[in-house]
Design a protein around this ligand. Structure first.
Ligand SMILES: Cc1cc2nc3c(=O)[nH]c(=O)nc-3n(C[C@H](O)[C@H](O)[C@H](O)COP(=O)(O)OP(=O)(O)OC[C@H]3O[C@@H](n4cnc5c(N)ncnc54)[C@H](O)[C@@H]3O)c2cc1C
Length: 358
């Protein structure tokens, strides 16, 4: 039996891909009544190829095959992504992406001003744009994975909490839940921000930043526009129906919710500064969730001890990278070579340099 811990977009994608690979006897365990109620339900739905590290670009390219094939089902709209650089030049990033086959474009501040007149370009050194980037609906992708996994025979145990991953002679032997002990020689940990304590009981250290991300919905954005994102602040604005959603990286917090007011004010100020003509716009909604962010903002995909695969910590990219993540874990379970070299995503690694904070 194969056990997956966590029914967010990553766990459910893994269940789907294992089933698609012909693997039987898969059980997904989720502590809540419904799937996707963790970070997944707060996801803004951004899909981009424009990352600063090759590994993330490769995850996007691999995931696009699925996202494009499901475009209608998941409401994938290619509005493009415009990234504004405030501190470093965009050129090295664009060159790296172009070398990997992503046709992103370098833009000067004048070109940005001409193409996107609704933006104030104060403080912008340069930028990049890619028209294939866009936004899609995370809930629809989750539903698709779930339906197909169920159809292929995956069992979903909801309202069941894994309290401990069991180990014998340095090999994982199953899990202890609040209801029963289940034996398994393959446990996949995809519990998002709740993964670190489950690693601790195995003597493994998985670190996640204590970062709460806030998003605000502001009214009155009927026309299409690209997702605009700023580096290094992580501020972004994207289309949300006839409104817009704005967010920022958020601060590292010791106590959940403590800095909510400060973070939302900062996001509103950044939005007023960057987007013209917002004087009369109203804030409709404020949402927040702890982020699944590792210290170097890259996922952990690793098999640190026999019988355990960790696949979590997608650091704000988990929705768009869920197809590649699921496919790779299925390949690991089958003993095949992963379609992307994931050696840099080990639990015990030299931090990867990444400057995009969302
Ligand atoms: C505000 C915000 C905006 C974002 N925007 C984007 C975006 O634009 N594009 C993008 O790609 N990504 C985005 N992300 C990131 C994305 O949402 C996450 O990377 C992704 O949802 C992570 O999925 P997950 O399955 O790893 O974690 P989760 O969705 O958190 O799922 C983990 C699941 O494990 C369950 N669980 C935990 N512990 C246990 C246990 N002991 N036993 C059983 N079950 C357990 C939880 O209940 C939860 O359902 C955003 C995140 C936030 C917070």
């Amino acid at each position: 039996m194969i056990i997956i811990i966590g029914g967010g977009i990553i766990g459910v994608s893994i269940a789907f891909h294992l089933a698609q690979a012909g693997i039987k006897d898969i059980v997904l365990i989720e502590k809540e009544k419904l799937l996707g109620t963790g970070a997944t339900q707060y996801c803004s739905g951004g899909v981009r190829h424009q990352f600063t590290t090759p590994i993330n670009v490769l995850f996007s390219i691999e995931s696009m095959e699925t996202l494009n094939a499901l475009a209608n089902k998941i409401d994938y709209k290619k509005y493009g992504y415009l990234i504004l650089d405030m501190e470093t030049d965009s050129l090295p990033r664009v060159k790296m992406q172009n070398e990997l086959g992503v046709d992103s474009q370098y833009l000067t501040p004048t070109q940005i001003k001409e193409k996107f007149p609704f933006l104030n370009i104060d403080g912008v050194l340069s930028g990049s744009f890619f028209s294939e980037d866009g936004i899609a609906d995370p809930a629809s992708l989750l539903e698709y994975y779930e339906k197909e996994a169920k159809r292929a025979g995956v069992t979903f145990k909801l309202e069941t909490t894994v309290e401990e991953i069991l180990k014998d002679d340095n090999k994982v032997t199953g899990v202890k839940t609040n209801k029963e002990t289940i034996k398994s020689d393959c446990v996949i940990l995809a519990a998002g921000v709740d993964s670190p304590p489950l690693c601790l009981s195995l003597g493994l250290s998985l670190v996640m930043n204590k970062r709460r991300k806030y998003v605000l919905v502001i009214d009155g954005f009927k026309k299409p526009f690209p997702l605009v994102m700023e580096i290094p602040t992580g501020w972004y604005i994207k289309k949300e129906g006839d409104d817009a959603l704005v967010g920022m990286s958020g601060k590292l917090e010791e106590v959940d919710y403590e800095k909510q007011e400060e973070s939302t004010e900062e996001t509103i100020e950044a939005t007023m500064h960057r987007v013209k003509g917002l004087e009369d716009a109203g804030v409709k909604k404020v949402l927040s969730s702890m982020s699944d962010e590792t210290p170097d903002k890259h996922a952990v995909i690793d098999q640190p001890i026999p019988g355990l695969i960790i696949c979590t910590g997608f650091s704000g990219h988990g929705f768009m990278h869920s197809p590649a993540a699921g496919r790779i874990v299925a390949q690991m379970v089958k003993g095949e070579k992963p379609c992307i070299d994931i050696s840099c995503l080990k639990l015990d690694r030299t931090p990867i340099k990444e400057c995009i904070a969302i």
